[in-house]
Design a protein around this ligand. Structure first.
Ligand code: SF4
Ligand code: SF4
Length: 352
């Protein structure tokens, strides 16, 4: 029995042989271009059986180093429930009212079929030349083969180029998050995954877990991992104290060595100097020799949009009372200057 039906053969004809695909690039505002043997195709939805743009595999939302951490099992890629399956077209549909343009779904799509024009995010519909792949046993196999190949390649991934208007729109939407919902924590967790980590957030309604989240880069020989505090409000001083609490609890009760705990505070905007946050961070470094790093939502978005796998073990994102900026860490990671003015929305340094 042939592996592919005639229709399937016809529809997969424009693909170079899977093992001949040698590069994938995605430019800002476009779907990916997949190249091999002098041919190229642009990313369009393959109607996945298990859409990676919608659900994370369990391994991404759990951290092996923190096996006692009671984590949230919601594995939605979209932190605001804006992506769902459109059964009429048999591809994902994006609710533009809910979507905040974070791009996480796009980064998870193995074929780069999701893109943004700066305002709205779209799923590129299947094209006649290659991607009408009805879900049959043979096509699932083909899809998996293709995705495995695509994921082993060095992607050049560009989702959005940061600008003041794009960032302002996102921050406006995020500032409307209901403080009791999980959206802020899910957004940070999912962005941490998008920049190459496993990340778990504490379970909804779990009043016993003080720690907001934990992350790990998953390196089997020398993993970089740590506790996280997530603070989208104005209570950043509490975040600096909370992270100390997390480090102490994990050290004394769970055997997570405080020296190995590469702790992070994720905030919406950098607190200003007067709020005391950066003074506490400096004190902790001086007295305990612990460099607690700070990342903002905007910084994580820029890193994710540029397809960067961030290495927090270098402590590049350490900012304190004497150096209030993570701008050079961002510039070094994305290998160009971030195009946001100083203090803009408190993304890279406190607002002026
Ligand atoms: S958008 Fe991408 S991940 Fe989602 S169903 Fe289509 S091909 Fe699969
Ligand atoms: S861009 Fe972000 S908010 Fe919009 S659908 Fe994708 S994951 Fe959801």
């Amino acid at each position: 029995m042939p592996l592919l039906s005639k229709e399937e053969k016809r529809n997969s004809i424009a693909l170079p042989k899977i093992n001949q695909i040698d590069s994938v690039t995605q430019r800002y505002g476009e779907t990916a271009i997949i190249r091999g043997k002098g041919r190229s195709i642009s990313g369009a939805c393959l109607k996945c059986k298990n859409p990676r743009c919608m659900r994370f595999p369990e391994a991404y939302i759990s951290c092996p180093e923190f096996e006692d951490f009671s984590y949230e099992r919601n594995n939605n890629v979209c932190p605001v429930d804006a992506i769902s399956w459109d059964y009429s077209k048999d591809i994902p549909r994006i609710d533009h009212e809910k979507c905040i343009n974070c791009g996480i779904c796009a980064l998870m799509c193995p074929i780069g079929a999701i893109y943004s024009d700066g305002n709205k995010v779209y799923v590129s519909e299947p094209r006649n030349d290659y991607s009408i792949l009805p879900v049959t046993a043979s096509n699932i196999r083909l899809q998996e083969e293709l995705f495995t190949r695509l994921m082993t390649l060095n992607w050049q991934h560009r989702f959005l180029h940061e600008s003041q208007s794009i960032m302002s729109n996102i921050y406006k939407k995020v500032s409307k998050f209901d403080g009791r919902s999980m959206s802020a924590n899910l957004l940070i967790r999912n962005l941490m995954i998008a920049v190459g980590h496993h990340c778990s957030i504490s379970r909804t309604g779990d009043v016993y877990t003080r720690i907001d989240a934990v992350y790990s880069d998953g390196d089997i020989y020398d993993a970089c991992y740590g506790a996280m505090e997530i603070e989208f409000g104005r209570d950043t001083l509490d975040a600096s104290r909370g992270i100390l609490d997390d480090i102490a609890v994990l050290h004394s009760r769970n055997g997570i060595d405080k020296e190995k705990n590469t702790a992070l505070v994720a905030c919406l905007s950098f607190p200003n100097k007067r709020q005391g946050y950066f003074q506490v961070i400096k004190d902790v470094n001086k007295v305990l020799n612990l460099k607690i790093q700070t990342v903002s939502l905007g910084a994580l978005l820029i890193l994710a949009w540029n397809g960067i796998e961030v290495d927090f073990s270098q402590k590049d994102f350490y900012a304190d009372f004497d150096n209030l900026s993570i701008r050079s860490a961002l510039n070094n990671n994305i290998k160009r200057r971030v195009e946001l003015p100083e203090g803009f929305l408190g993304i890279l340094e406190p607002e002026k």
